[in-house]
Design a protein around this ligand. Structure first.
Ligand code: SAM
Length: 219
């Protein structure tokens, strides 16, 4: 597997993506985003969305939620703030430019942390997951939706071929589910409770972890 993405490469890439992101990525990721938000609504009221981007997910929440969004990219968050200024999303309480690997929230703050199309793009996915677990209340959930590596067959070969070029564009096609499961095993305070394909094509699996009361073994 290639090394994890550099955060400065991602910042540059998403500064370029910000003006066109909604038009190009809005429709492609729609079903994945909706599935993740729907699972998050069931998990509790206080939701943190890491890598919230331009706030395309705001439409998938309602007044039963209290949303905090963070993103590494200032231009992406600026778009989310514009969206918020419409007044249609009073349940979005806070938006911050922040690195998901260094969350500036106290322990046990949220019922749920959602990451839509972000975990494969961060510099240190295990550290980000540990930060997500830290800010969760016991019993809270981490919900990820992402393209995950096909692991075998033609799709896996194409993903490996595209991986280098994709990185500079802020994309990452090669990232296995096994790495997420290994983090949960090593952490000791989180367990995988669901892994399912999201219709219509199952391109973006949804993975849910539950925060347990056990002690953290590794970051
Ligand atoms: C593919 S976009 C997804 C945006 C949004 N979640 C959506 O589904 O439309 C990935 C987002 O993750 C953000 N990101 C990348 N690395 C990050 C990090 N370390 N911390 C927070 N956000 C990060 C990028 O700036 C970008 O906005």
């Amino acid at each position: 597997m290639l090394r994890d993405p550099d955060r400065h490469v991602m910042e540059k890439a998403y500064a370029r993506w910000a003006p066109v992101y909604d038009a190009l990525c809005g429709p492609i990721f729609l079903t994945g985003r909706r599935a993740a938000a729907s699972a998050a609504r069931d998990a509790g009221r206080k939701i943190l969305e890491i890598g919230v981007g331009t706030g395309l997910s705001f439409d998938d929440y309602d007044s039963g939620n209290e949303i905090t969004g963070i993103d590494l990219s200032e231009p992406m968050i600026a778009r989310a703030r514009e969206r918020l200024s419409s007044g249609r999303y009073p349940f979005v309480k806070e938006l911050h430019v922040m690195d998901a690997s260094d969350l500036r929230f106290p322990d046990a703050t949220f019922d749920c942390v959602v990451g839509q199309f972000v975990i494969t793009l961060v510099e240190n996915p295990e550290r980000v997951l540990s930060e997500c677990a830290r800010v969760l209340k016991p019993g809270g959930q981490i919900i990820l939706v992402n393209h995950l590596y096909s692991e075998k067959g033609f799709a896996a070969a194409v993903e490996r071929l595209l991986a280098n070029k994709a990185r500079a564009m802020g994309l990452r096609p090669e990232f296995p589910f096994a790495r997420l499961a290994a983090w949960a095993d090593a952490h000791g305070g989180a367990e995988v409770i669901e892994r399912r394909k999201v219709p219509p094509f199952g391109l973006y699996p949804l993975v849910r972890f539950r925060r347990t009361d056990m002690q953290q073994r590794a970051a």
